[in-house]
Design a protein around this ligand. Structure first.
Ligand SMILES: C[S@@+](CC[C@H](N)C(=O)[O-])C[C@H]1O[C@@H](n2cnc3c(N)ncnc32)[C@H](O)[C@@H]1O
Length: 258
C-alpha cells in the first residue's frame, strides 16, 4: 500500500472516526483516487490538506465513500420470504418486535419493513430503529421523498396506500415515517443494540475486510435474542454461520441458535 494512502487513512480516522483500513482496500482506494483526481489533487496528502479545512470537500468525500444506493423492496423475492415466512414466525413468539435496520442509507429499507409489518400489526405498534454512518443519508431518510426509480419494486397497492405523489417525487406517508427512528451509528466503532428480534443489514458488509466482517457478525449475534433472525444482502451469505451462533433459516436469512 502506498504510504500516501496509508497516511490519508490515518488522518481521516483521526478527523471523522471512520477507519478506512477496515474496508476492502482495492475498491475503496480506486473510488477515492478517482474522486481526488477529478478534483485535481496529485496525491492524498495534498487532498487531505484542503479537505481538512473545507466542509464541502469533506462532505463530497464522505458521500463517495459511503455508497448510498438503495431502493424499496430491494431483491423483492427476499422481502416476500420476510413477509410470508419470517414475520409470521417472529410474531407467533411475540406481539411486539424490536427491529433494527443497520446501514439503512436513505430509508427505503426500514420504510419497506414498516409497510410489510403493517399487514400484520397496527402501525402504531411498529417500532424500527434505523441507523447509518452517513448523516446526509439519514436526513434524506427522514424527509422520505423519493424518485420513481427507487419504487420500481413497489406494488401499485402499496404505492397508493403509503405514498403521496408530489410532482416527480413520491413521499412516504407520515404514518409510516412515525414507525422509524433514525440514528447515526458506525458499525465499526459504536455500541450495538441489544435484544433484537430482527436485524436487517444488507449491502454494506461486502465493502468490509474479512476481519471486520467477522467482528460485525459476532456483534450482531450478541444483539439478537435466541431464535431471532438476521437478514443479509443477496450477495452476502455467511460462510460457516455456526461460528457466530447462527443456523440457516432461509436463503439470506439466519436464525440465532438457542
Ligand atoms: C449500499 S447502502 C445499503 C442500503 C440498504 N441497506 C440496502 O440494502 O438497500 C450502504 C450503506 O452503508 C453505510 N455504511 C458504510 N459504512 C458504514 C459503517 N461503518 N457503519 C454504518 N453504516 C455504514 C453507507 O453510509 C450506506 O448508506
Amino acid at each position: 500500500m502506498s504510504s500516501d494512502y496509508q497516511e490519508f487513512i490515518q488522518q481521516i480516522h483521526n478527523k471523522t472516526g471512520i477507519d478506512l483500513s477496515l474496508y476492502k482496500e482495492a475498491q475503496m482506494k480506486r473510488r477515492l483516487t478517482s474522486l481526488r483526481e477529478k478534483r485535481g489533487y496529485k496525491n492524498f496528502h495534498s487532498y487531505f490538506q484542503t479537505l481538512n479545512g473545507d466542509p464541502a470537500l469533506l462532505d463530497e468525500f464522505l458521500d463517495r465513500m459511503t455508497i448510498n444506493v438503495s431502493e424499496f423492496y430491494r431483491n423483492r423475492k427476499r422481502f416476500e420470504v420476510l413477509e410470508n415466512k419470517v414475520i409470521p414466525y417472529l410474531l407467533q413468539k411475540k406481539k411486539s418486535l424490536k427491529i433494527w435496520s443497520a446501514a439503512c442509507s436513505t430509508g427505503e429499507e426500514p420504510y419497506t419493513l414498516a409497510m410489510i409489518l403493517s399487514k400484520y400489526i397496527p402501525l402504531r405498534q411498529v417500532e424500527i430503529i434505523a441507523t447509518d454512518l452517513d448523516q446526509n443519508a439519514l436526513e434524506r431518510a427522514e424527509a422520505g421523498r423519493y424518485h420513481e426509480r427507487s419504487l420500481k419494486e413497489v406494488s401499485n397497492e402499496v404505492k397508493s396506500e403509503y405514498f403521496i405523489k408530489d410532482g416527480p417525487l413520491y413521499e412516504v406517508k407520515q404514518e409510516i415515517k412515525n414507525c422509524v427512528t433514525f440514528k447515526k451509528h458506525n458499525l465499526l466503532a459504536d455500541r450495538y443494540e441489544k435484544s433484537c428480534d430482527l436485524i436487517v443489514c444488507r449491502n454494506v458488509l461486502i465493502y468490509f475486510t474479512e476481519e471486520a466482517k467477522e467482528s460485525i457478525y459476532r456483534k450482531f449475534s450478541s444483539s439478537l435474542e435466541d431464535g431471532a433472525i438476521f437478514f443479509v444482502g443477496s450477495t452476502e451469505q455467511i460462510f460457516s454461520p455456526q461460528k457466530y451462533g447462527f443456523d440457516v433459516y432461509d436463503t439470506f436469512f439466519y436464525i440465532k441458535q438457542h
